[in-house]
Design a protein. Structure first.
Length: 178
């Protein structure tokens, strides 16, 4: 059996089966599906100010609360849905983050209606293939990069919220863009 070698930035999660499974099967794997990218962007927004493991452990509850991140359904969420979400102890209960998820669904659908695809937009910004970084250690990996700053600016220009340069660079790493 081959023993997996984990990068230095993931050493702190050793022994946590949820974190290890995420690292070994999802993190850094190129994601091209627009809806999956939108889900990850929403979850990364909810992570702002918190640890990723907190969101990872609540991911199933988020999926249930947000209709499996179906943008058609989430875009129609109203006050009763907001109240339901704010009462849901299984997710992060932040009005601003909940509103960002709902408005993000509407933006996603508006883009689609205009013939724009979130995946095409994001992957177009990295030339259609993962950008290979030369970071060799945890201390050498930046929290943000000029490319992440550019992507954050483009997402904000579309109207997305909770997508600052640090969140977006982490999103880029997680979804295999870099």
């Amino acid at each position: 059996m081959i023993e997996l070698q984990r990068c230095t930035t993931w050493k702190g999660m050793a022994g946590d089966p949820v974190y290890e499974a995420y690292h070994d099967t999802e993190w850094g794997v190129p994601e091209y599906d627009s809806r999956a990218l939108w889900e990850k962007l929403v979850l990364d927004g909810f992570q702002a100010g918190l640890s990723w493991i907190t969101i990872l452990r609540k991911r199933d509850a988020f999926r249930a609360a947000f209709a499996d991140f179906d943008p058609e359904i989430v875009a129609r969420f109203g006050e009763a849905d907001r109240a339901r979400l704010m009462a849901d102890a299984g997710i992060i209960r932040s009005n601003a983050k909940i509103d960002a998820a709902i408005s993000g669904a509407r933006i996603y659908l508006d883009m689609r209606e205009r013939g724009e695809d979130l995946s095409d937009m994001l992957w177009g910004m990295v030339g259609g293939a993962p950008v290979q970084s030369a970071w060799t250690s945890e201390t050498g990996t930046p929290a943000r990069t000029p490319l992440g700053d550019e992507m954050a600016k483009a997402l904000k220009a579309k109207g997305f919220k909770f997508c600052g340069p640090v969140i977006v660079y982490a999103f880029m790493q997680a979804t295999g863009l870099v």
